[in-house]
Design a protein around this ligand. Structure first.
Ligand code: RIB
Ligand code: CA
Length: 319
């Protein structure tokens, strides 16, 4: 790949593993452009302890047991916890059966985030692919800490695209809308991968059929297949969206995406609206009067290039 480790971009991955979170971990660790300093876990797709165990299991599958895992928030800031076990399975990784991890978490996610961002201001990229509870708690405990990140790449929200949990809300922002609003308003440099872009690329059954006969290939097939069959039963086609790997790809190669700046905020209330991204695109309003800060939103992607990058990185050809 020719990228020196000194050129790698230091990142913290905050996740709720989750099948696509596991794929995001595989993409991040398979990409020499990134130097993964640690993985933080948060309640989301599955309860925190299951997600934390899954992060440890996936790292051991990849032979990367040296990467530390830090356990974070066990639930949203205010709302009742919601999970997505109907998609990810009660164990969070579909039908896969990875061995129990040899390791335990290395510590508290919020402390790790604050310490790492404060020690290396402007250097570390936060990639958040679960509910934003950990990031909001870090900002509450150390005001201004998120602005010490080089960039915060977030999988979350839906700008023009319908939601995937309610008509207007995407799961990560729906699960903890208060955290999403606090992170969006924090003043940090956010680049969002909303459903508008993550719904443009999916793994198909043909991709699963071509998985390499390796432990990693078998894991992906067993993890993804149940969610793919669920999509088929819901008449949405036999496919699996790569939501979380998209946020990782934003840190690897932003040229894959068309990125727009949108003035946006997050609704925290309402049976029909909690978690909604409200974009202020009024024509007769000057930017200074718009609702919400300017947020960089990836609204389109070169699907072919992204999929090629993804598959080549999670299954590197043994040289
Ligand atoms: O809406 C998709 C997001 O919710 C992804 O991060 C997926 O892992 C779930 O957390
Ligand atoms: Ca996730």
């Amino acid at each position: 790949m020719g990228i020196e480790s000194s050129d790698s971009r230091p990142v913290i991955l905050d996740a709720d593993p989750g099948v696509d979170d596991a794929l995001a971990i595989m993409l991040a660790l398979g990409s020499p452009e990134l130097d993964v300093l640690g993985i933080c876990t948060v309640s989301g797709n599955v309860p925190l302890d299951i997600g934390t165990g899954n992060a440890l299991k996936v790292l051991e599958l990849l032979g990367r047991g040296g990467i530390p895992v830090y356990s974070g928030a066990g639930g949203p800031l205010r709302k009742e916890a919601v999970y997505a076990t109907e998609v990810h399975g009660t164990g969070g990784l579909g039908n896969s059966a990875l061995p129990l991890p040899d390791r335990s978490p290395s510590g508290d996610a919020i402390s790790f985030m604050i310490e790492t961002l404060s020690a290396r201001p402007g250097e570390v990229t936060l990639i958040a692919v679960g509910p934003l509870t950990n990031l909001a708690l870090a900002e509450a405990r150390a005001p201004g800490v998120l602005k010490k990140a080089r960039e915060v790449c977030v999988m979350g929200g839906a700008v023009e695209e319908p939601g995937n949990v309610t008509p207007v809300a995407e799961f990560n922002f729906f699960a903890d809308p208060d955290a999403a609003r606090q992170v969006v308003r924090s003043g940090t440099s956010i680049t969002l991968a909303p459903l508008d872009v993550t719904h443009r690329v999916a793994l198909a059954a043909t991709h699963l059929a071509e998985m390499p006969a390796t432990p990693a290939g078998r894991f992906v097939m067993e993890a993804v297949r149940p969610a793919m069959e669920l999509a088929m039963r819901l008449q949405a086609g036999r496919r699996f969206f790569l939501h979380d790997p998209m946020a990782v790809a934003l840190a690897i190669d932003p040229s894959l995406f068309r990125i727009e700046t949108v003035f946006a905020d997050v609704e925290t209330e309402g049976d029909l609206t909690a978690g909604q991204v409200v974009a202020d695109r009024r024509s007769f309003t000057v930017d200074g009067n718009r609702k919400g800060p300017p947020v960089r939103c990836a609204m389109d992607v070169d699907a072919g290039r992204f999929l090629a990058l993804f598959l080549s990185r999670i299954f590197p050809v043994d040289v």
